[in-house]
Write a protein that binds this ligand. Structure first.
Ligand code: RP5
Length: 175
């Protein structure tokens, strides 16, 4: 087995049901990853150590998820020069998700975090794979196949809809 190139970290075990979607899609795309819990507030020294050692152990991208006052992605991005993808999590301590989104999105100039949608861990996984795929041929091929599968799924649903004979008149759009 080759070494992980994507690090998935999250502030708490309670983020796992959301963050597991990043792991699932990376597995599907055959990208090696590691998963662990790193809390900016509860384990700040572990966070610094993780971010400082990430590049040296072979990681190319970090996906960081957190909820509420979500400082993990931004603080990791402050330490490492690896690209950091932030996943705002609608956690139990989040008011409505906007707190997590804005904490991760509104970074100061010079310290970017590529922020995905609320609970958007799947897209974080795909984006991480796309970064790897920009220089790694096998991952690029997996991504092409993935895109084709998305297209085929839509084409199948178009055929289904046509078979059911749903058209404007039937659903009340006139003519
Ligand atoms: C954040 O606080 C974590 O990322 C999590 O989303 C949230 C709640 O954590 P727990 O109280 O469930 O451990 O730091």
């Amino acid at each position: 087995m080759s070494k992980p190139v994507v690090g998935i970290i999250m502030g708490s075990q309670s983020d796992l049901p959301v963050m597991v979607e990043a792991a699932k899609v990376l597995e599907e795309l055959k990208v090696e990853f590691e998963v662990t819990i790193v809390s900016a507030h509860r384990t700040p020294h572990r966070m610094v150590e993780y971010a400082e050692k990430a590049r040296g152990k072979g990681l190319k991208v970090i996906i960081a998820g957190a909820g509420g006052a979500a400082h993990l992605p931004g603080m990791v991005a402050a330490i490492t020069s690896l690209p950091v993808i932030g996943v705002p999590v609608k956690s139990s301590n989040s008011i409505d998700g906007w707190d997590s989104i804005l904490s991760i999105l509104q970074m100061p100039g010079g310290v970017p975090v590529a922020t995905v949608a609320l609970n958007g861990a799947k897209n974080a996984g795909i984006l991480a794979a796309q970064i790897i795929g920009s220089y790694e041929e096998e991952t690029a091929k997996s991504l092409d196949a993935y895109k084709t599968s998305l297209k085929e799924k839509v084409e199948k649903s178009i055929v289904e809809l046509d078979k059911q004979g749903i058209h404007g008149k039937k659903i009340g759009f006139g003519n």
